[in-house]
Design a protein around this ligand. Structure first.
Ligand code: NAP
Ligand code: ZN
Length: 345
């Protein structure tokens, strides 16, 4: 077995605290990654609080993992010891279904998430708030040494989750795109939509984020608590990329879509959307969703970021300060992703 140390929640009621545990032996197709940085996603907070479903405890969160390969199994071809590597939100899938064979492992019915999942070996998965991880090479990504490693970590979830829908809907020049919620996902959505040539508006509850939004490349900023500003963008957008983590009424935003516009749900509040049929019938609007991205597309996104020097705007934290980071995240005060320096473990 592989000895590991991390921060775990022992139950939904307890804080994260140091915890020693074991990971599986390195199998023939596995790599062992010594973790250097791990991003803090709002999904970590949802899951340790059982917002979505009863979680598996003890829970070690973390699915924005970057580090260095420390050992490789006998059949590994993708990596060698010393390479940089990343792991995102998933670590296993069946490899044979229609989704897996079309590079959509994230939708595999037998997929396993990086933590709070049940591995195919019957052992619960444990995430990246830890000093190492064992993963099959298929689910490890190559990381460029040309961009800041800590600032790359959030690309493994916030990056791919926003890149994938913008590519799927072929967002580019001539499109008006609104990014709803300027947090970890939102700030990456702004960077990608700008890089792809769209006209980008940030829709935010926080007037204090306007200067940051513009610095990220957004062309316009709308405070969604101001009815005049909201009215001024009626029927404006081709797409709204919704990254909001908490309960919100999307009907106000559907009014901002042009006819035939699409509201893309990325955020995962625990409360359901309530949408009267007429909000969709009038104007022929669509509400769609998108979940992270497949492994091939994640590598494509990482390579695109290395080529265009796109990284996340981060605040590096000590792991002992994780609860203070969660408190700020709950208040919408993330600028724009916390990343844990694993040397502080
Ligand atoms: P985050 O950094 O906390 O950002 C969320 C932002 O949404 C906040 O900064 C705030 O921005 C806004 N917001 C929060 N609560 C709101 C409310 N009640 N009404 C209106 N706006 C609100 O979170 P994140 O890490 O980006 O994650 C966002 C959501 O995406 C989470 O639910 C997460 O679980 C989900 N997620 C989904 C996927 C996927 O595959 N689809 C992947 C990763 C994460 P302003 O201050 O600008 O208003
Ligand atoms: Zn995430």
């Amino acid at each position: 077995m592989t000895k590991s140390r991390g921060y775990a929640a022992q139950s939904p009621e307890t804080d994260l605290a140091p915890w020693d545990f074991e990971r599986r032996e390195i199998g023939p197709h596995d790599v062992l990654i010594d973790i250097l940085y791990c991003g803090v996603c709002h999904s970590d907070l949802h899951q340790i609080k059982n917002d979505w479903f009863p979680g598996i405890f003890p829970m070690v969160p973390g699915h924005e993992i970057v580090g260095r390969i420390a050992a490789v199994g006998g059949h590994v071809t993708k990596f060698k010891v010393g390479d940089l590597a990343g792991v995102g939100c998933m670590v296993e899938s069946c490899g044979q279904c229609e989704d897996c064979t079309h590079n959509l492992e994230q939708f595999c019915s037998d997929g396993v998430q990086t933590y709070n999942g049940m591995g195919h070996d019957g052992i619960p998965t444990l995430g990246g708030y830890s000093n190492n991880i064992v993963v099959t090479e298929h689910f490890a990504l190559h990381i460029s040494d040309k961009i800041s490693l800590a600032a790359v970590a959030p690309l493994l979830c916030a990056g791919i989750t926003t890149y994938s829908p913008l590519r799927y809907w072929k967002v580019g020049p001539g499109h008006k795109v609104a990014v709803l919620g300027l947090g970890g996902l939102g700030h990456m959505a702004v960077k990608f939509a700008v890089a792809f040539g769209a006209d980008v508006t940030v829709l935010s509850t926080s007037p204090s984020k306007e200067a940051d939004a513009k610095a990220l490349g957004a062309h316009h900023f709308v405070v969604t608590k101001d009815p005049e500003q909201v009215a001024a963008v009626t029927k404006t957008f081709d797409f709204i990329v919704d990254t909001v983590s908490g309960a919100h009424d999307i009907n106000m935003y559907l009014n901002m879509l042009k006819s035939r516009g699409t509201h893309i749900a990325l955020g995962a509040p625990s409360e359901p959307y309530v949408i009267p049929a007429f909000s969709l019938l009038v104007g022929g609007k669509a509400v769609a969703g998108s979940g992270i991205g497949g492994i091939a597309e994640t590598q494509e996104m990482l390579d695109f970021c290395a080529e265009h020097n796109i990284v996340s705007d981060i605040e590096i934290i000590d792991i002992k300060d994780i609860h203070a980071a969660y408190e700020r995240m709950e208040k919408g005060d993330v600028r724009y992703r916390f990343v844990i320096d694993m040397a502080t473990l």
